[in-house]
Design a protein around this ligand. Structure first.
Ligand SMILES: Nc1nc2c([nH]c(=O)n2[C@H]2C[C@H](O)[C@@H](COP(=O)(O)OP(=O)(O)OP(=O)(O)O)O2)c(=O)[nH]1
Length: 241
C-alpha cells in the first residue's frame, strides 16, 4: 500500500492553525497543516491524534475529514496521498510547536497570507468555505487584560461554547503590550454582553469576517448552529458548581 500523510485542520474560534516546517530543506519555511505519515497498523484518525500530541503537545478529537483529496509528488516514491481531518482541541492545552518554528491562527480572509506547501493549496477553497460558515456565528468581545480574556475564554468553554483569544501573541512575534485582547466566541450576545460588563470590556458585534455569508451589515444573523455540548448559562455573580 502507498504512503498516506494526514494533516489536521485544527479549528478554533473560526480560525485554523497553520504550522511552519523546519525540515527537510525543500519544505523548510513553508506552511502546512500539522500531521504526518500514517504508520502500519494505525488508523488515519489514530495518526492524527498521535502526531498532534508529538508535534504540538495537544489532545484532539477528529470531527471529520475534508472531502478534497490531495497528493504529494515524490521523485523517489510516486505520489503520496494527503488527507486532511477537521479536529477540535480537547482540554485547555495551547499548541506549542515541538518540530515547527512558528504557528499562526488564520481566519478565512487570511488563508492566502502564508506560503503553503504546494500540496496543501488544493485544500484552501474547502477550508475557506468551512471557516466562513463558522465565521458568521462568531462575535468579538474586547478586553484590556490578558488574564480577563483567559478567564472569559475558560468560562465560555465550560458553558459549552467555542471561544478563543484572537490576538494572543504568537510564537515568533514581538511582544506588544498595548493591544487589547479579543475573544472570539459563538456564545449569544446577551451572555457575551454580561461578560463584557463584568470585565470592563465591550462587545463588538462587527463580523470577524467582513465577507461572511451572513451578508451586509444590518442583515439578520443566520441561525446559530446547535451546540455540541449542553449549554449552562451562569449567573454573572458566581459559579454555580
Ligand atoms: N504533516 C504534513 N505533511 C505534509 C503536508 N503537506 C505536504 O506536502 N506534506 C509532506 C511533507 C513531508 O514530506 C510529508 C510528511 O512528513 P512528516 O515529516 O510530516 O511526517 P512524519 O512526522 O510521519 O515523518 P517522519 O519524520 O516520522 O518520517 O508530507 C501537510 O499538510 N502536513
Amino acid at each position: 500500500m502507498g504512503t498516506t500523510v494526514v494533516g489536521a485542520a485544527i479549528v478554533r474560534g473560526g480560525r485554523v492553525l497553520a504550522a511552519r516546517r523546519t525540515d527537510p530543506p525543500n519544505t523548510a519555511g513553508r506552511w502546512e497543516l500539522p500531521g504526518g505519515k500514517v504508520e502500519p497498523g494505525e488508523t488515519a484518525s489514530g495518526a492524527i491524534v498521535r502526531e498532534l500530541a508529538e508535534e504540538l503537545g495537544v489532545e484532539v478529537e477528529v470531527t471529520g475529514w475534508l472531502a478534497t483529496r490531495g497528493s504529494i509528488e515524490r521523485a523517489d516514491d510516486g505520489a503520496w496521498v494527503l488527507r486532511i481531518a477537521t479536529v477540535r482541541l480537547v482540554g485547555d492545552a495551547e499548541p506549542q510547536p515541538a518540530e515547527h518554528d512558528a504557528l499562526v491562527w488564520l481566519g478565512s480572509d487570511e488563508l492566502d497570507s502564508v506560503d503553503w506547501l504546494d500540496s496543501d493549496r488544493v485544500f484552501l477553497p474547502e477550508l475557506d468555505h468551512l471557516l466562513r460558515g463558522l465565521g458568521g456565528a462568531f462575535r468579538r468581545l474586547v478586553l484590556f487584560e490578558a488574564d480577563d480574556a483567559r478567564e472569559v475564554v475558560r468560562r465560555l468553554r465550560v458553558d459549552g461554547y467555542d471561544a478563543a483569544i484572537a490576538r494572543e501573541r504568537l510564537a515568533g512575534e514581538d511582544d506588544d503590550e498595548d493591544h487589547p485582547w479579543a475573544v472570539l466566541t459563538d456564545a449569544p450576545s446577551f451572555l457575551a454582553e454580561m461578560l463584557a460588563d463584568e470585565f470592563d470590556g465591550w462587545l463588538d458585534e462587527r463580523l470577524d469576517d467582513g465577507r461572511s455569508e451572513r451578508g451586509a451589515p444590518g442583515t439578520p444573523a443566520a441561525p446559530q448552529p446547535l451546540p455540541s455540548a449542553p449549554k449552562r448559562i451562569k449567573r454573572p455573580d458566581g459559579d454555580p458548581s
